[in-house]
Structure formats: C-alpha cells, structure tokens
Design a protein around this ligand. Structure first.
Ligand SMILES: [Mg+2]
Ligand SMILES: [Zn+2]
Length: 186
C-alpha cells in the first residue's frame, strides 16, 4: 500500500532563511520543527525534503557542503527523536536547464517511485510560491508557511494569477496539525 507523504522545502521552512547556507554555522532549525517532524513520524506519514541548492553550481561553495549540511540536519533531528525518510536536492543552477529544479515536479515524483508514496494523499509545505507551484505540478496539496520568505510572498502574490496554497500556516507545526486534521489522523 502506498504511503501518504509530507514533502518539505528546506530553507525558510525548516531552517532559518539566511541566503545561501555556505557554512554549517548558517544552518539553524526554526522553532517547532523537531516536534513537527516527530509528530509526522509518529503517525506513519513519510517525510521527504525537496530542495533547490544552486549555490554550488554558482560557485559559492563545494557541492560536498550540501551533504554535510544534511548530515548535520539528520543529527539535530535524531537528537529530538525525529527523522526524515528522504532528502532530494537539485544541485543545478537556473541556467543549467535541468529537469529537477523546482517548480518542476521531478524530485517529488522520483521520491514517490523510490518510497512508494501516494501523491493523491500527499502535501508539500514551503515558504515560496515556487513550492506551491511545485505542489500543483506534482499533484499534491500545497501549503504555504509564513516563515522564511512566506510573509512577503503571501502579501504580494496571494492575488497573483498563480497556483494558490490550499492552506496558509504560521509555521511548520501549524501546517502539520492542519495536515493531520485534513487526513483525519488523531
Ligand atoms: Mg524555501
Ligand atoms: Zn536540477
């Protein structure tokens, strides 16, 4: 049986938006992220990060740093009893014309194949309209969080002719609580 999943954007959604994370010291988890992910883990929902990381392609830091940041993230989550089921990253730049950079749905679809996910019952949470658009392109429900770029994106793009989120949440924990209600999970 396929599993429902919650796809998470990374920067601005689970860690503070700091521009490019070109050093481990710039990676700081937002408050409530550990309990939010732990809650998803407890309910059996799969949790998968989908992230654009073009900094290495732009020459700002080595590609290996992306892996280092993700190892660091896994440790921070593990310390709080939470875990991820997958991390899918596009390491290309916008000019590379790759097939995986959000808002393309490729990373979501690849994860769905790898992890046997049911996209009809899945969600994508992010702080940019690019994430909402990715959700629409992948056929999952998009939720905008107001952390990171979220407040400004919502203020200026809520009336734009773009794919709109099914829900707007203050932060990841509020988004998770809404998802669990939407799925009728207690
Ligand atoms: Mg983001
Ligand atoms: Zn790519």
């Amino acid at each position: 049986m396929s599993h429902p999943a919650v796809f998470l954007d990374r920067d601005g959604t689970i860690n503070e938006e700091m521009g490019y994370i070109n050093h481990l010291s710039r990676f700081r988890l937002l408050p409530q992220v550990v309990p939010a992910i732990r809650r998803l883990n407890e309910t059996g929902l799969k949790v998968v990060i989908v992230t654009n990381q073009s900094g290495a392609a732009r020459g700002y830091f080595p590609a290996a740093l992306v892996d280092e940041v993700h190892e660091h993230l896994k440790k921070l989550l593990a310390a709080g009893g939470a875990h991820l089921d997958g991390i899918y990253a596009c390491l290309h730049g916008p000019a590379d014309g790759c097939d995986c950079r959000k808002p393309r749905p490729t990373l979501v679809k690849q994860a769905a194949r790898d992890l046997d996910l049911d996209l009809d019952r899945s969600y994508l949470v992010g702080d940019r309209y690019r994430d909402v658009e990715t959700a629409a392109n992948a056929g999952v429900k998009g939720i905008l969080v107001l952390t990171g770029y979220g407040r400004g994106e919502y203020q200026y793009l809520r009336a734009a002719p773009k794919a709109q989120p099914v829900q707007v949440a203050t932060d990841l924990l509020e988004a998770v609580e809404w998802i669990l209600r939407d799925l009728n999970i207690k």
